[in-house]
Write a protein that binds this ligand. Structure first.
Ligand SMILES: [Zn+2]
Ligand SMILES: [Zn+2]
Length: 353
């Protein structure tokens, strides 16, 4: 065991503060990385404040962060994928059983024994929880460490590990591509990645927004059109025309209005998690044989595929880089959607703590 510098919360009501955490020494199959950048995901805030207490209660101290990019400093004797000096990345998962049907299909995110990057019981440290990327180093089994294309800026690459794969995976699953009309609802951390991917896949990309102030940005990110969702005429003009809609809104909203935008056999996939359940009108599905789905990050093979795709198309998240000392302020700004479009922590700032 060794001590790593980190920021953690000691309770649901305390701010994140400088501390040290225990990390395991690398085993034979482990990779140890110096963390360079870690994206700030809304899930971090939810879990730091124990807002998912019903689903996954937070155990304190909690060091969040699952959008990690870093440089390999040490590898175990049986680790073959990486050598010291390589770039590496870690997303939301650090372990799984490797033997269940989901794991065998490369869908580790659906493994009943998946271990999340933070706030998950740590198989290697008795009675301890895993600690995430708001830290200067991390040790992870090399199966869960991904390669980062060398042309990507690292601060912008970090959010690909959650916001990126969360939007890439459902678009791949629902065959978004040339000749398809694709809508993205919600232009935040997830949504802005959805627009970039839909555009890169060659789809006719439409952003639904409640504020036309976002129009220029949406077009810059790759949208072909912007629809004001509060304007009944604009919504009517596009009704029944979409092959696929990605709904990335985590605030309460009417999904029926978007389901009605789908064409025959069109699909709407939800990746945002509103605190209250959606109200679904059955006719929104019945007319047009529409389907409504959810999606959860992506498995390890697909996450690597996504990173390679981003390397080929030079796609990264639009980020505002912050020192770790600004993290509590960043959470408050994130709650007000006052970020374009993701905070990325420069962990060099942790050296001075
Ligand atoms: Zn996340
Ligand atoms: Zn499994």
């Amino acid at each position: 065991m060794y001590k790593a510098k980190a920021y953690s919360a000691s309770s649901a009501t305390s701010p994140l503060a400088s501390t040290t955490i225990a990390r395991r020494d690398p085993t034979d199959t482990d990779v140890q990385m110096e963390i360079l950048f870690c994206g700030v995901c809304h899930s971090d805030l939810h879990q730091v404040r124990n807002e998912w207490s019903g689903m996954m209660p937070t155990v304190y101290p909690c060091t969040p962060g699952h959008e990690i990019v870093g440089r390999v400093t040490k590898v175990g004797s049986a680790a073959k994928k990486f050598k010291p000096g390589d770039l590496g990345a870690i997303g939301c998962l650090v372990d799984s059983d490797g033997s269940c049907p989901a794991c065998k299909a490369g869908l580790e995110q659906f493994c009943p024994n998946a271990v999340y990057t933070y706030n998950s019981p740590d198989k290697h440290m008795d009675g301890k929880m895993t600690y995430g990327g708001y830290s200067d180093s991390v040790v992870v089994d090399e199966r869960f460490v991904l390669r980062v294309p060398s042309n990507l800026t690292l601060a912008g690459a970090a959010p690909l590990l959650c916001a990126g794969i969360t939007t890439y995976s459902p678009m791949r699953h629902w065959a978004v591509g040339k000749g398809k009309k694709v809508g993205v609802v919600g232009l935040g951390g997830l949504g802005h990645m959805g627009v970039k991917f839909a555009h890169a896949f060659g789809a006719h990309t439409v952003v639904f927004t409640t504020s036309m102030s976002k129009k220029e940005d949406a077009l810059r990110l790759g949208a072909d059109e912007v629809v004001l969702s509060t304007d009944a005429n604009q919504m009517k003009r596009h009704a029944g025309s979409f092959d696929f809609i990605l709904d990335a809104v985590s605030a309460r909203h009417d999904i029926n209005a978007y389901l009605q935008q789908l064409r025959l056999d069109g699909n709407l996939t939800i990746v945002g998690v509103p605190a209250k359940p959606h109200e679904l009108n059955a006719t929104s599905l019945i007319f047009g044989r529409h389907s409504l789905s959810g999606s959860l990050i992506g498995g390890i093979p697909e996450t690597q595929e996504m990173l390679d795709f981003c390397g080929q198309h030079n796609i990264t998240a639009d980020v505002e880089v912050i020192p770790i000392q600004k993290i509590n302020e960043a959470y408050e700004r994130m709650l007000k959607s006052d970020v374009k479009y993701r905070f990325s922590i420069d962990l060099a700032s942790l050296k001075s703590e």
